[in-house]
Design a protein around this ligand. Structure first.
Ligand SMILES: Cc1cc2nc3c(=O)[nH]c(=O)nc-3n(C[C@H](O)[C@H](O)[C@H](O)COP(=O)(O)OP(=O)(O)OC[C@H]3O[C@@H](n4cnc5c(N)ncnc54)[C@H](O)[C@@H]3O)c2cc1C
Length: 551
C-alpha cells in the first residue's frame, strides 16, 4: 500500500524572496545604503535557513528549567537553557542585532535603525523568541547611552563578541500592578559604596538568564505615583558570573502559553545591590520610557516579521496541497484569503519600519511618542488575527504541535499584552494627542499622501481623504477632553483608526516612489489596504486576481 505523506512547508531565503523588504530598504537607505547592507542581510538570512532554524527548534522543544537548591540544600537558583538558546544568543551578538545602531560612523548614519529593523525582521521568527532579550538589551543600551554613557555594562550590551555580549531583563511588573505601575512596592535605599539596595517582588521577569536587569523601584523618600519611580541596574550574578547576586531569588519560572524557550521568572529581591541609572532623587519614569519606547518598537518588528514568515509557510503549504479542483494555491477563495494576509503583513512592515526610522531620526520627538504605541498596538492586533488564519490555512496540521505551526499563534498572543495591552496603549495615544504636536504630523502626512495619489489612484485617495477628515474631527474632540468617559471608552477604536490611517499613508508614499521606478506592486498593496481597512470595501476579487503581485 502506498501511503500519502504531505510535504511540510519549505522556507525560501527570507531576504531575497521578500521583494517588499528590498523595495523599502532601497528607498529608506538609498541604493548605496542598501548595497552596503546586503552582505549583512544575506549572511543573517543564510543562518536563518540553516543553523538558526535548527537552534530555534531545539530551544522550542527543550524549554528552560530552574533548579533552586543543590542536593545539599544550598541555594543555587540555576537556570538551564538549551543549546539552541545559546546558539541564538551567540548569533544575536555576531549579527549585531543590538549593537548595530550603537556602532559609531556606520555608512547609514541615523538610518542604521532601518538596517537593524531589517535584521530583526529576518531573524525574529526563527529566533525562538531570543528577540525578547534582544529587545530589552537594546532598550537598556538606549537608556544607558542617554543617562550613563560610560557604564561598562553599555559596552557589554553592545558587543558583537559572543564571549563578551550580554542581554538585559526588564523588571517592572508586580503582581498587584502591571499596567498600573504606580502600585509598585519595590523600594530602593542607599547602600555602601554608592550602590543601592532593592527590596520587593517582581512578577514577570523575562530572560531571567540575562546578566543584568533594569528594575523600577521607589527610592527612599520619593513620593507616591508612577513618575517618582526610578530605574536601577541590577547585576544578576556576582563577579564569578554564576552565583546569583546576594539577596536575589528566582521563585519559579512561568508556565506560559507561548514564548516557551524564554525563561520568565518571578523574582524576590531582598536588599539586592543595584546601580542607579540617573539621579534617584529625580523622578525616573520619564528616563525609563527611553527603554520602553525601544522595546515597544521591537514588539512591532516581531509582529511584522512573524506575519511575513507565517505567510511564507502558508504559501509553501498552498503550493504543496491538493484540494477539490486542484492545487490549493490556485483556488480563488484561498488566494483571496492569503492575499489579504499579504496586504496586512505589508502594512505591519510599513508601520514598524516607519517607527524604526523615527527612532533613528528623532528618538525624543513628539511624532515617535505617538507612533510607538500606535505601531505596537496596531501590529500586535494584526499579528494575532493573522496567526490564527495561518493555522487555519494548514487545516488540521495547523493545530498539531510538532508541525511547528501552532507556535505562530501562541507566540503572537504575547504581542498585544507585553509592554502595554491594546487598551493601555490606547490611553497612551490619548495622552500623546494632547502633547506637543499631537496627531498633526500624522494627519498632515495622510493628506499629502492622498493628494499625491489623487491622479493615479483616485478612489483610493478619496477613501483616505474621507477617513482622515473624520479622524481629524474625532482627534480634536478627544484631545479637548481626554478624560471624558465617552472619549476613554472610544480610545481603542480611535487608536486603531489612527494606526490604520498612518499605515495607508506610509504605503501610499512608498507606492508613489516605486511607481516612478516602474514598479506598481506597492500601489496595489497600498490600494487594497486603504480600501479594505479605511473604506470598508470588499476587495476579495482583487486579492484573488492580483495575488501573484502581492506576495
Ligand atoms: C510572556 C510575557 C512576558 C512578560 N515579560 C515581562 C518582563 O520581562 N518584564 C515586565 O516587567 N513585565 C513582563 N510581562 C508583564 C506584562 O508587561 C504585563 O502582564 C502587562 O503589562 C499587563 O499587566 P498585568 O498583567 O498586571 O495586567 P493588568 O494591568 O491587570 O491588566 C488587566 C486588563 O486590564 C486592562 N487595563 C489595565 N489598565 C487599564 C486602563 N487604564 N484602561 C483600560 N484598560 C486597562 C488591560 O488592558 C487588561 O486587559 C510579561 C508578560 C507576558 C505575558
Amino acid at each position: 500500500m502506498t501511503r500519502f505523506v504531505q510535504d511540510g512547508p519549505a522556507l525560501r531565503d527570507p531576504y531575497t524572496s521578500d521583494w517588499q523588504l528590498q523595495s523599502w530598504l532601497e528607498r529608506l537607505l538609498g541604493p548605496d545604503g542598501h548595497a552596503a547592507a546586503k552582505r549583512r542581510l544575506a549572511a543573517l538570512s543564510a543562518d536563518v535557513l540553516g543553523p538558526l532554524r535548527t537552534a530555534h527548534h531545539d530551544a522550542e522543544t527543550h524549554p528552560p528549567t530552574l533548579t533552586r537548591f543543590d542536593a545539599w540544600g544550598a541555594r543555587i537558583e540555576r537556570i538551564d537553557v538549551s543549546a539552541g538558546w545559546q546558539t541564538q544568543r551567540a548569533a544575536a551578538a555576531r549579527h549585531a542585532v543590538v549593537a548595530l545602531p550603537y556602532q559609531p560612523g556606520t555608512v547609514w548614519g541615523a538610518r542604521t535603525r532601518v538596517v537593524q529593523h531589517a535584521l530583526l525582521h529576518l531573524w525574529g521568527p526563527e529566533s525562538a523568541t531570543f528577540s525578547c532579550p534582544v529587545a530589552m538589551a537594546d532598550g537598556a543600551a538606549a537608556l544607558l547611552t542617554q543617562v550613563a554613557p560610560t557604564s561598562p555594562w553599555l559596552t557589554r550590551l553592545t558587543s558583537t563578541d559572543p564571549a563578551v555580549a550580554v542581554t538585559s531583563g526588564q523588571w517592572m511588573t508586580e503582581s498587584q500592578g502591571g499596567s498600573d505601575i504606580a502600585r509598585s512596592t519595590t523600594t530602593a535605599r542607599p547602600g555602601p559604596d554608592g550602590t543601592w539596595l532593592l527590596t520587593g517582588d517582581k512578577w514577570f521577569c523575562s530572560a531571567i538568564d540575562s546578566a543584568m536587569a533594569v528594575a523600577l523601584a521607589r527610592p527612599e523618600g520619593a513620593g507616591p505615583g508612577s513618575r517618582n519611580l526610578a530605574p536601577f541596574l541590577v547585576p544578576r550574578y556576582t563577579t564569578d558570573g554564576v552565583t546569583p547576586a546576594p539577596g536575589l531569588q528566582v521563585l519559579r519560572l512561568k508556565d506560559k502559553l507561548g514564548t516557551r524557550a524564554v525563561p520568565t521568572g518571578e523574582v524576590r529581591l531582598d536588599d539586592v545591590p543595584a546601580i542607579p541609572i540617573g539621579d534617584p532623587a529625580v523622578p525616573g519614569l520619564a528616563r525609563m520610557m527611553t527603554l520602553v519606547v525601544v522595546t515597544r518598537l521591537h514588539n512591532a518588528a516581531a509582529a511584522a516579521g512573524g506575519m511575513r514568515r507565517g505567510l511564507e509557510y502558508a504559501l509553501s503549504h498552498a503550493t504543496n496541497r491538493q484540494i477539490a479542483g486542484g492545487i490549493l494555491a490556485d483556488n480563488p477563495l484561498h488566494r483571496a484569503t492569503l492575499g489579504g494576509l499579504a496586504v496586512d503583513a505589508a502594512g505591519a512592515y510599513a508601520l514598524a519600519a516607519h517607527a524604526f526610522t523615527l527612532l533613528g531620526d528623532d528618538p525624543t520627538g513628539d511624532e515617535l511618542r505617538l507612533v510607538a504605541p500606535l505601531a505596537k498596538l496596531t501590529t500586535g492586533r494584526l499579528a494575532v488575527a493573522s496567526a490564527s488564519e495561518y493555522l487555519e490555512a494548514f487545516g488540521g496540521a495547523g493545530y498539531v504541535e510538532d508541525t511547528g505551526i501552532p507556535r505562530l499563534l501562541r507566540d503572537a498572543q504575547v504581542l498585544p499584552i507585553w509592554e502595554g495591552t491594546t487598551n493601555v496603549l490606547s490611553i497612551d495615544v490619548l495622552r500623546a494627542l494632547t502633547t506637543g504636536e499631537g496627531a498633526r504630523p500624522l494627519l498632515h502626512r495622510a493628506e499629502i499622501a492622498a493628494d499625491a495619489a489623487a491622479s493615479r489612484l483616485p478612489g483610493v485617495a478619496e477613501a483616505l481623504i474621507a477617513a482622515t477628515r473624520r479622524l481629524a474631527t474625532d482627534v480634536e474632540t478627544a484631545a479637548a477632553d481626554p478624560r471624558n468617559p465617552r472619549v476613554v471608552a472610544g480610545a481603542r477604536e480611535l487608536a486603531l483608526r489612527l494606526g490604520n490611517t498612518l499605515t495607508a499613508a506610509l504605503l501610499l508614499e512608498h507606492a508613489a516612489w516605486a511607481a516612478d521606478r516602474g514598479d506598481d506592486r506597492p500601489a496595489l498593496l497600498a490600494s487594497l489596504w486603504t480600501l479594505r481597512r479605511l473604506g470598508g470595501a470588499d476587495v476579495s476579487a482583487d486579492l484573488h486576481t492580483h495575488f501573484d503581485q502581492l506576495i
